[in-house]
Design a protein around this ligand. Structure first.
Ligand SMILES: Cc1cc2nc3c(=O)[nH]c(=O)nc-3n(C[C@H](O)[C@H](O)[C@H](O)COP(=O)(O)OP(=O)(O)OC[C@H]3O[C@@H](n4cnc5c(N)ncnc54)[C@H](O)[C@@H]3O)c2cc1C
Length: 387
């Protein structure tokens, strides 16, 4: 998500102060404006805000460029009627046009898949079939044998992923340790990672182990399903560092492959991320199929998810912005629109700090929460004198 202030009323604070001062003056607003110093305008604005006299702030507007937000956010945002909007249309924009014009290299994907299966088969053979891997791959007979030396460098992560999922175990204890049966040394000792023999096991520990896992899963093509979701979930649980890298990779994948947004609560659960990607893949496939059949984009888009991103330009005056920040900076607001509100507030505060001094969630300004039993608990529900 990106928020940029495209333009705003010039001299926003002086304009508001001059408009407000005019109410009590017998000279024109232009004269007042000329004679207003920054300090005078500031003290006038403070008075105005303390009194809650909000109509003068309607003379100042801000225009924002908002990029990379979901259609779910758009639906919430446009409920704010005191604003103007221009929105990128899915009628005229096919988010997958480039891909349809230049189909991705299936051969490269197939090669990664085969390298993964080879690694998995290798591990299974060494373990005599007693492995914790996926065990449901139907094309295991169709691979050729490779030695580590003749596998292309770009296929190594897939190959090691197969070996990892076919033969690795996570050791108990606080230290992040991955173990393999010692027989795996014929291939693992030739890898660029630091494995040490201990009894009948080959171990890799702490930072080395995390780097090994990041290497193995770093270039994961989530839609290819060349991985075990169970093993991924265990790694995420065991290592916060791995979890962070995994979520970042997934977010980037969802953004570039599906032109979609990863919602906050889904991002907290690796299994949910994988389920979400599955759904996005289905929608994308159907959309492309419909467009290829000649269905108009304006109708094919019905199959696209609410997470699909858009771009928009929005103009709001300061009074409406106050209302927007009041409702959407609150913890009760949904996470994506709250994030947008926070970014917008930070931007306008840079331009007109005094005008927006009291803007934000109501609790921040008043010290109590008007949401009653729905409150997040950061502030008391009511002022002590009202109880
Ligand atoms: C946490 C949260 C949960 C929500 N849940 C839901 C939900 O479940 N369902 C749902 O439908 N919406 C929901 N909304 C949206 C909400 O009801 C408002 O539509 C949205 O926040 C826009 O607020 P607004 O009307 O104040 O803003 P604007 O439309 O920008 O209006 C600004 C102000 O102008 C005045 N105004 C505007 N139009 C009129 C009018 N026609 N008559 C009189 N005064 C007017 C009002 O004082 C209003 O506050 C939710 C919002 C939040 C923040």
């Amino acid at each position: 998500m990106k928020v940029t202030v495209l333009s705003h009323t010039p001299d926003p604070e002086k304009t508001v102060a001059a408009a407000a001062r005019l109410c009590y003056s017998n000279v024109s607003a232009s004269e007042i404006m000329e004679n207003f110093t920054e300090e005078k305008a500031a003290s006038f604005i403070k008075k105005l805000m303390d009194m809650g006299h909000m109509s003068p702030v309607e003379h100042v507007s801000f225009t924002f460029a908002i990029d990379g937000v979901s259609r779910t956010l758009l639906a919430q945002l446009t409920r704010h009627r005191i604003a103007s909007y221009s929105v990128q249309s899915l009628r005229y924009n096919n988010p997958f046009r480039d891909e349809m014009d230049h189909p991705s290299e299936d051969d490269a994907k197939k090669a990664c898949h085969m390298a993964y299966i080879e690694g998995l088969n290798f591990a299974r053979r060494l373990c005599n079939g007693q492995t914790p891997g996926q065990g449901e791959l139907d094309d295991k007979g169709s691979t050729q044998e490779h030695t580590l030396e003749n596998i292309q460098t770009n296929l190594l992560p897939s190959y090691f992923r197969g070996i990892f999922e076919g033969g690795a175990a996570l050791e108990e204890g606080p230290c992040f340790t991955v173990s393999f049966p010692i027989s795996f040394s014929i291939v693992l000792n030739k890898s660029p990672f630091n494995f040490t023999p201990e009894g009948d096991k080959l171990l890799i520990k702490n930072e080395d182990a995390i780097n090994f896992c990041l290497f193995v899963y770093g270039s994961l093509d989530f839609a290819q399903q060349d991985y075990s979701s169970k093993i991924l979930a265990v790694l995420c649980k065991k290592s916060p560092e791995f979890l962070k890298a995994f979520v970042k990779a997934a977010e980037n994948y969802i953004d570039t492959r599906y032109y979609s947004t990863l919602p906050e609560s889904i991002a907290k659960k690796p299994e949910a991320i994988l389920a979400y990607i599955k759904g996005l893949e289905c929608c994308k496939k159907s959309y492309i199929e419909l467009v290829k059949m000649g269905v108009e984009q304006e109708d094919a888009r019905y199959i696209l998810p609410m997470g699909t991103q858009t771009r928009l330009v929005m103009t709001m005056n300061v009074r409406s912005l106050y209302n927007f920040f009041n409702l959407r900076c609150c913890q009760r607001a949904q996470s994506e629109i709250r994030h947008l509100a926070e970014l917008m507030l930070a931007e306008v505060k840079k331009i007109a700090p005094r005008l927006f001094e009291k803007a934000g969630a109501p609790c921040e300004a008043t010290g109590f929460c008007p949401e009653g039993s729905f409150g997040c608990g950061r502030y008391p529900a009511r002022k002590p004198e009202d109880q």
